[in-house]
Structure formats: structure tokens, C-alpha cells
Write a protein that binds this ligand. Structure first.
Ligand SMILES: Cc1ncc(COP(=O)(O)O)c(C=O)c1O
Length: 461
């Protein structure tokens, strides 16, 4: 066996051992203040090091400081673990090192992205004619979707933004929920639309956009080129905006509807949750992450657009040396995203979709929702504990009384290590925020986590 094969074998074994360890390991890194066991200071050594010694040094330095987000009791942010097939596909992707620019640089990468796009549209019930791009995540997807929106709403106002830019252009108005995700604002800044273009709409009691307020906001100005940003779902509560009503209202006003569906768009894949995103097919652009609820390793996000022309017009470019761009039977994936030289992201997502199948995806969504309800029932039955949101999907907000007490409990839970939940502020109050998004999580993991919290409550009081 060559030295490289031997190193690869040991590396793969290391990955497998880590993932096995993560199932029962303390969730947070030990808080001994040491951080990564690597010298983070000092200059780059003059002399290089043999590859196996480099990997040994890297792994020994990093492993003690890893956060076991791949394990079944990590409930922070909205983090999916990574399924087995896409994890291995990711290793292959690295080994193959394809450039997923177009079908000339990698016919395989371009072809697999095509298949992934078709499968994702099927499972999410999006229009078959929609164009799509495999992006780094929802932030990238929001930027692409809003770029396509910018192109089209200005074109309808007689302005070619791709050539003329925004100076002197009609002012775009962006109508979005007060509780939109902050990445929308960043995308608007990057696109030169600016956060001041936002016209915030009041939320309902669970954090979804209030349809009446949306109607009023749209009626207040029917002349400006308008983009409506809706959400599936609220990053704190999981609440989904009423997509059907939002799309119908927007259509009456000639507005573009962009759906930021980073995690909740997956509700469309489950018969028991599909109603939450009813009307999804009426929107103009959509974003959903793979690295959240589909349990694809990072970075994996997807953007879709009902207006392929606007999508490509806002993203594609050409250069004299480029061969294969916009030619041939397989489209150039880079014409639909922000990067040109890019990782062959399609292999990983293909592997996740193939490992789960339609049934497996639906079961994953349903199981996580049932486990979120289990958290809410068990924690909600403890005296002095209050569930802050209506649990519609996989997100649970928990208050332990005052903000100070809630923060103390969150801190204690994070240190204790059975499970990891983050904190958040919602409606002026502090909450523990639980997101169940990992296919490994079981009822026993929820029960064990609740028991750990119960113990801590007894110790702290
Ligand atoms: C609704 C929503 N939009 C966008 C994002 C950003 O996603 P990413 O970090 O994958 O770019 C998130 C992340 O949690 C989200 O919940």
C-alpha cells in the first residue's frame, strides 16, 4: 500500500471513530480554557512536514476542541448532523477535486447537479420549470434569489440593472416580516438595495407575517418596484408565513415573492406538515438549506427561481477563455450561483437524497417534529418552566422564569454537557432555544436531555 493510501485509510478511520464517539460524548468541548491544542501563534515554519505528520498534528490539535454538532443531543442553532452517505461522498468529492464550473471542467459534477435540482424540486413540490443553483447556504441563496428579483422588478420598471447598475434606478421596496432572518438584510446590503429599502411587516403571535399588515403595506405603495420576502420559518419559533396569501397579495401588486425557507421549506416533503407551506409553488424564488434539516455536511444550500431568465441574467458571465458556458445539453452550474470555480456540491446532496429517498426525508422531518413536541410536553410539565412558542415544527422556546434564571440554566446546561441548547431573545424575553434537526436524535436522547435539565434546575435553586 502506498503511503498516501495508508494515510487515507487512517484518516477515514479517524472520521469514523469521531462520529462514533460523538454519539455518546459530552456535547460541548471541555471548558478547561485550553482551547485547541495547537500553537496558534508564531510564524509559518520554514520547513514543511510529511503529510502523515501534518494530519497527526492537525487532528491532535483540533479534536479536543471540537463541538460535537454531529451528535444526537446537539440542539443549538439549526444544525443537522451529517448522514453517512453524504459524509463519504464529501470525502470522495475532495479526492476527485472536480471544478464544478461547467460541463467542460467536470461533466460529472454538472450532470449530478442537474439530477439533484430535479429531485429537490420534486420533493419540495416546486415548479418543474424552475431554475436552480447549489449554493454555500441560505445566505448565498438569499443573495442569488434577491439578485434575480432585483433584475426582474427593475426590468418591469424599464431599468436594466445588469448594465446600468443602481445609480439613478427606481427605488426598490422590500416588504418583509419584522422577524425576518438577518441574512436577508445582509443580502440587500450586498446587492446595493440597502437595508433602508425594508418595509417591515408586523408578525402574528407566533412570529409569522400578519397577512392583514402585509396587505396594508402593499397597498401603501403600488408604484415602486417591490419584492416581498416571506419566511418558512421563523428562526426562533419555526412559524411559517402564510405563503399562499402572501403570494396572492403580491401578485395583485406586481411584486416578486422570495421565500427564505432555510429549514422549514422541508415541511413540503412531509404529508403531515405540508399544509404549513401551502401555496409554496406560487412564489418566484425559494431558498432552502441542505446542511440543516437534510443532514448534508456543510456547505450545502439551494436556490430556485420561477424566472430562469432573470436568474441567469443576474448571475451568468462570460469570458474569452471560457468553454462550455451556456452551451451543450448540460447547463453550466456556475451560471446560477455566485462562484465560478467551485466545489462539486452535487455529489453530497445526491448521496443524501439517495440515502433517504422520499420516504426517508418525510420520516426525518416528522420524527424531528415529534421529538420537538416531546421536549415541549416534558419541559412544559416542570413547575416554573414555560414554553414560549406554539411548537409547529422543530423549534421550541423555553423560559425558566426571569431572563436571569433562564440564562443561568442555559449556561449550566451548556457546561454540563449532556446536551447543548443555545439562548435567544424573542419578544423582549430570554429563552432557551431548542432545534431538533438531526436524524440520529431519538426519544431516549430527548428524555436524557430533559432529565439533565431537571437535575440542574434542582441543583441551581
Ligand atoms: C430562516 C433562515 N434564513 C437564513 C439562514 C442562514 O442560513 P445559512 O447560515 O445556511 O446561510 C438561517 C439560518 O439559521 C435561517 O434560519
Amino acid at each position: 500500500m502506498s503511503e498516501f493510501s495508508e494515510l487515507m485509510r487512517r484518516t477515514a478511520e479517524r472520521v469514523a471513530a469521531y462520529r462514533q464517539y460523538a454519539i455518546d460524548a459530552p456535547v460541548a468541548p471541555p471548558d478547561d480554557g485550553a482551547g485547541p491544542r495547537l500553537s496558534l501563534e508564531g510564524p509559518l515554519p520554514v520547513e514543511g512536514l510529511a503529510a502523515d505528520a501534518v494530519i497527526e498534528e492537525l487532528a491532535r490539535g483540533v479534536e479536543p476542541a471540537l463541538v460535537t454538532t454531529v451528535g444526537p443531543r446537539y440542539f443549538g442553532f439549526v444544525v443537522g448532523g451529517a448522514l453517512d452517505a453524504p459524509t463519504c461522498a464529501d470525502l470522495l468529492t475532495t479526492g476527485w477535486d472536480q471544478v464544478a464550473l461547467n460541463a467542460t471542467t467536470s461533466p460529472a459534477a454538472a450532470a449530478f447537479e442537474e439530477v439533484v435540482g430535479v429531485w429537490l424540486k420534486e420533493v419540495l413540490a416546486l415548479p418543474a420549470e424552475a431554475s436552480f443553483g447549489l449554493v454555500t447556504g441560505a445566505q448565498g441563496g438569499n443573495t442569488v434569489g434577491l439578485a434575480a428579483a432585483r433584475n426582474r422588478v427593475l426590468e418591469r420598471a424599464g431599468w436594466d440593472v445588469e448594465n446600468r447598475g443602481l445609480i439613478g434606478a427606481p427605488r426598490i421596496r422590500v416588504v418583509a416580516g419584522e422577524e425576518r432572518h438577518a441574512t436577508i438584510d445582509r443580502s440587500l446590503r450586498l446587492l446595493g438595495i440597502g437595508a433602508d429599502a425594508l418595509d417591515p411587516v408586523r408578525p402574528d403571535s407566533n412570529g409569522a407575517i400578519d397577512p392583514e399588515s402585509l396587505a396594508l403595506a402593499l397597498e401603501a405603495d403600488s408604484r415602486s418596484p417591490t419584492i416581498v420576502c416571506v419566511q418558512a420559518g421563523n428562526v426562533n419559533t419555526g412559524a411559517c408565513d402564510d405563503l399562499r396569501t402572501a403570494c396572492e397579495l403580491a401578485r395583485r401588486h406586481g411584486a416578486w415573492v422570495h421565500v427564505d425557507g432555510a429549514f422549514d421549506l422541508w415541511a413540503a416533503a412531509s404529508a403531515s406538515n405540508r399544509d404549513l407551506v401551502s401555496g409554496i409553488e406560487l412564489a418566484d424564488s425559494w431558498v432552502v438549506d441542505g446542511h440543516k434539516w437534510l443532514n448534508v455536511p456543510y456547505d450545502a444550500g439551494y436556490v430556485f427561481c420561477a424566472d430562469p431568465e432573470a436568474h441567469a441574467a443576474s448571475m451568468s458571465y462570460s469570458a474569452a477563455y471560457l468553454v462550455g458556458q451556456g452551451e451543450g445539453p448540460i447547463r453550466a452550474p456556475s451560471d446560477y450561483v455566485l462562484e465560478s470555480s467551485r466545489r462539486a456540491r452535487g455529489f453530497c446532496t445526491w448521496a443524501a437524497l439517495r440515502e433517504l429517498g422520499r420516504r426517508g426525508i418525510a420520516e426525518l422531518i416528522d420524527r424531528c417534529c415529534a421529538l420537538a413536541r416531546r421536549f415541549s410536553e416534558q419541559l412544559g410539565s416542570i413547575e416554573g418552566v414555560e414554553i414560549g412558542n406554539e411548537v409547529v415544527l422543530n423549534q421550541v422556546l423555553v423560559s425558566f422564569g426571569s431572563d436571569q434564571r433562564t440564562d443561568r440554566i442555559i449556561d449550566a446546561v451548556q457546561r454540563e454537557g449532556t446536551c447543548w441548547m443555545g439562548g435567544t431573545s424573542w419578544r423582549g424575553r430570554r429563552f432557551m432555544r431548542i432545534s431538533v434537526s438531526n436524524r440520529l436524535t431519538t426519544e431516549a436522547d430527548v428524555d436524557r436531555s430533559v432529565e439533565a435539565i431537571r437535575q440542574l434546575l434542582e441543583e441551581i435553586d
